[in-house]
Ligand binder design. Structure first.
Ligand code: ATP
Ligand code: MG
Length: 878
């Protein structure tokens, strides 16, 4: 069967069984901001399943365009490498909106697969949710499949839910066995491991419950069906192919691409993967653009841009060095035009957009790759197979490398990437953009700084916090040299010598003051825009300063002391982590602020509380040892030879500073440190988190801040003691007791509510009337859950003996109504008809049976009106 015949056969099969054939919706989801792209057939029916919308039909079938490149469903990494995953694919689906349920869904699927598609039953396996006895029974007894072909799986594999709350239910899948030659083994285990041998063709979702915000499940009044059958996978099975790429949906395309790349498909090498990725991405790109998505720097447009760049890069790997995709998009339209004639209309546009994107990217790809390889070689030389955030950012920003391209290149070379660092750089860039610097101003400023590089500025801050006779060698304002600075607006001062430490190596720059008899200023930041240039950002408080003036420059020594404590603590933490966790621990970034420190490192698991305690204990032991923090300037060889840790992110010159603390820690570092470890006082870890795969982050405190943190914890405990009225030792037991009590109360409460629910007929608020001789009871209730309301309706029915009960409740912004009719009257009156009319009044929908029906709506204020009108309604029906 050709792919198009499969589409037609599928739709025909369900059309004959009363299904309305519905067109595929766009890849760009309408009115659903939570979704980047349409990723399943059910997307366009979501509001029907939620009861927010009603259509003229209760059964539908469709062939839906889908994309799975983001969010919960992201198959991008698999594409080209497995025979069964694509970014763009088509999903065939049949849907029941409160009409048929499990039995029919199972029977339909089985009939289609074995009778129409004629797949041999002995190559099919079924999975069902382990608690779904009904589904198991249907496959086993109704279809007649032996129990050993039906596998039970847990929630992770065979349970579906729309979101944290909403419709949900078990599912059941049909898998096709591609044969033991692909991989020997037990079918169940192969399905579990995602083997290429077992292909999930069809997923049947049985929407059976409504999960409320509290996680409780309520049976849906009208259970529904949502299914998805992969077209490409079905085509492979029916055409006797092991791979989707060998079906008529891909083969002609792969041949055209092969010609453009001067190679055969398949050739049995890595190049085949590239061809498959190109084929997949071409399809996606063609459909995305013709659905109105344009390349952009964020959101949907960025996904499109990434796909074009990835495909282009694959061509580059195969030796192409100029745009080529734009010539091939036409082949996609050609291949798919039967099912999607609209592609012909957009073919020219698709090709044009592709060309312009390819041109943009080709200009920088070669240069970017060169830079990437330089970074990679550098990283390996340093023995740290790792690309830093700033490096990845440079590739992204200057060479247009999407993060996933760098990840892919890194993967090929066994390199890890600091993704968190990259995101930080990205955020910084946005910040810079906001600071609204005009480009030429930035350039002028740079030129202004350059002239100071020849001046041999001397940094005195390792030994001093104050220099009395520093000379002003330059003043800047808004990036331009000026002849004087006066109060009003920030300016920049460059001195021939300074005690101010410029931000570097994770340590924040110093702050302080600058003054002479004719002038005083605050130093608000110190930084080094170019090597060897130290710039002080100042706010002039009084007087005026001019080039050539002498000033007294004084660092805020308390702040500096805090910075040195935290920087020294960073070294101790690094060493302690290596002792406790192992030598694989390597620093990948750090931030030293006066009030805290942050340390990022390579490690593959979260630290246990025990490990955290060990690290803290070790660092505090070294602090109590009060060792001198010794610094020495040595040659780079000597430094590395002595086993000092070098931090990968940093550039080192010929001569380096080596910072040693007894035998405990030795690092190459340009930062400013505490003179002895005792100065740190106390060290406390405040947080330990993951920042990327294999990367952890620790935040910690020293000195006064560490003490304050423990005091706060202490205060909290004391407050808890007071609030719970118990001693420290009994605190935990008391909390547990209280929790148990609350649970007990909840149980009592529930029992009470039920008791009330089953209560007497003659209750205030009840309204019993006789409508043409039939008893009608209406009541407005409060605080009951749907089950309890149903139970109440049943008991009221019993008490009436013969009659009609209508109950309504307004709760949490929603209206809920039930109608119940005693058995003797269902021939004359239908609860479902009553509820349908009332549902309209409260702005919702509902359904049920002749003897019982329920409805929900979002106009709770209309409940009274609805109850009032039920008498009139009943009268009309009789
Ligand atoms: P898999 O486990 O194979 O990744 P899935 O569980 O993600 O599939 P569903 O979400 O149940 O799949 O989607 C329904 C059907 O759509 C699947 O049974 C399969 O036939 C098809 N399908 C899903 N994802 C893809 C994809 N990336 N490429 C091609 N077909 C797919
Ligand atoms: Mg599935």
């Amino acid at each position: 069967m050709k792919a198009h015949d499969i589409r037609l056969a599928f739709l025909d099969f369900f059309a004959r069984r009363g299904h309305k054939i519905v067109q595929s919706s766009s890849l760009l989801p309408k009115d659903d901001p939570t979704l980047l792209f349409t990723n399943a057939g059910m997307n366009q029916f979501k509001n029907i399943f939620l009861g927010l919308e009603q259509r003229s039909y209760k059964r539908a079938a469709s062939v839906q365009k889908c994309m799975r490149v983001s969010g919960k469903h992201n198959d991008l990494e698999q594409v080209g490498r497995t025979p069964k995953h694509h970014t763009f694919f088509e999903m065939l689906g049949n849907f029941s909106f409160g009409d048929y349920f499990k039995a029919e869904a199972v029977a339909f699927a089985w009939e289609l697969v074995t009778r129409v598609f004629r797949l041999p039953a002995d190559r099919l396996y079924i999975t069902v949710f382990q608690e779904d006895e009904e589904a198991f029974r249907l496959w086993n007894e109704e279809v007649g499949l032996p129990a050993d072909r039906i596998f039970l799986f847990g929630k992770k594999d065979n349970y579906w839910s729309m979101g944290d709350s909403g419709p949900c239910g078990p599912c059941s899948e049909i898998h096709f066995d591609q044969g033991p030659e692909i991989e020997p083994g037990q079918p169940r285990a192969l399905i579990e491991s995602g083997s290429d041998r077992m292909v999930e063709l069809w997923n049947l979702v049985f929407m059976q419950f409504f999960q409320d915000e509290g996680g409780r499940l309520h049976p849906l009044p009208s259970p529904s069906i949502d299914t998805g059958l992969g077209l490409e996978r079905t085509a492979a099975a029916l055409q006797g192919q092991r791979s989707n790429y060998d079906t008529d949906l891909f083969r002609p395309l792969l041949e055209t691409i092969g010609q453009a790349c001067n190679r055969e498909y398949p050739s049995g090498d890595e190049g085949d993967v590239s061809l498959r990725i190109i084929a997949d991405h071409l399809r996606a790109v063609t459909f995305l653009i013709s659905d109105g998505i344009m390349p952009a720097n964020d959101g949907r447009g960025y996904v499109l841009r990434r796909l074009i760049r990835r495909a282009y890069r694959q061509g580059n790997l195969l030796g192409l060095d100029r745009p080529f995709l734009f010539r091939l998009t036409g082949a996609v339209s050609d291949l798919m035009k039967e099912a999607y004639p609209e592609l012909l209309g957009s073919a020219a546009l698709v090709s044009k957009i592709c060309l312009s994107e390819e041109e943009r990217f080709s200009a920088t790809l070669a240069a970017g790759l060169r830079v990437f390889h330089e970074f990679a070689a550098e990283a390996r030389r340093a023995g740290r197979p790792f690309l830093s955030g700033p490096q990845i950012f440079k590739l992204y920003d200057t060479y247009g490398f999407p993060l996933d391209l760098s990840l892919e290149l890194g993967g090929e070379q066994g390199l890890k990437l600091d993704e968190a660092g990259f995101k930080e750089e990205l955020a910084k860039q946005r910040e810079r953009a906001r600071a609204s610097w005009r480009g030429d101003a930035a350039k002028k400023e740079r030129q202004a700084y350059e002239s100071f590089q020849r001046e041999k500025i001397v940094f005195f801050g390792y030994d001093l916090v104050q220099v009395d006779d520093a000379r002003v060698i330059g003043l800047l304002q808004d990036g331009k040299r000026v002849e004087a600075l006066s109060p009003g607006g920030p300016g920049e001062v460059i001195l021939d010598r300074t005690p101010f430490y410029a931000e570097a190596g994770g340590q924040t720059g110093d702050r302080g003051t600058m003054k002479n008899p004719r002038f005083s200023a605050l130093v608000t930041a110190t930084y080094s825009p170019l090597p060897e240039v130290i710039v002080h950002r100042v706010e002039v408080l009084s007087g005026q300063v001019r080039p050539g003036d002498e000033v007294e420059a004084t660092v805020d020594s308390e702040r500096r002391a805090a910075l040195t404590r935290n920087h020294t603590a960073t070294h101790l933490l690094h060493a302690a982590l290596r002792q406790v966790l192992g030598e694989h621990v390597k620093q990948s970034g750090s931030l030293v602020l006066p009030e805290r420190l942050r340390f990022d490192f390579i490690h593959f698991a979260a630290l246990s509380p025990e490990e955290v305690r060990k690290v803290e204990t070790l660092v505090n032991e070294v602090i109590r040892g009060d060792f001198a923090v010794e610094t020495r300037v040595v040659s780079l060889e000597e430094g590395l030879g002595s086993g000092a840790m070098a931090i990968f992110e940093e550039k080192y010159g010929e001569r380096v500073r080596m910072v040693s603390i007894a035998d405990f820690s030795r690092e190459l570092c340009g930062g400013v440190h505490a003179s002895t470890t005792g100065r740190l006082g106390l060290f406390k870890i405040s947080d330990e988190t993951s920042i990327a795969a294999g990367m952890r982050r620790i935040e910690a405190l020293t000195g006064g801040e560490a003490l304050e943190a423990t005091q706060k914890a202490e205060t909290l405990l004391a407050d808890l003691q007071a609030a719970l009225g118990t001693s420290r030792q009994d605190l935990l037991a008391q909390a547990e007791r209280l929790r148990e009590e609350t649970r007990e109360k909840e149980r009592e409460n529930r029992a009470l509510r039920q008791k009330i629910a089953r209560g007497a007929v003659s209750q205030a608020g009840d309204n019993i009337r006789s409508v043409k001789g039939i008893k009608l009871l209406t009541r407005k209730v409060e605080g009951l859950n749907p089950t309890e309301i149903r139970e109440l309706a049943d008991s009221l029915k019993q008490k009436l003996g013969s009659g009609v009960v209508v109950l309504g409740q307004a709760d949490a912004g929603k209206a809920f109504l039930v109608a119940a009719v005693t058995k003797d009257l269902t021939g004359r009156i239908s609860a479902e008809r009553i509820i349908k009319d009332l549902a309209g009044l409260v702005g919702g929908g509902g359904g049920g049976r002749p003897d019982f029906a329920q409805a929900g709506g979002h106009h709770p204020e209309k409940i009274d009106e609805a109850l009032d009108q039920s008498a009139g309604l009943l009268e009309r029906f009789l």
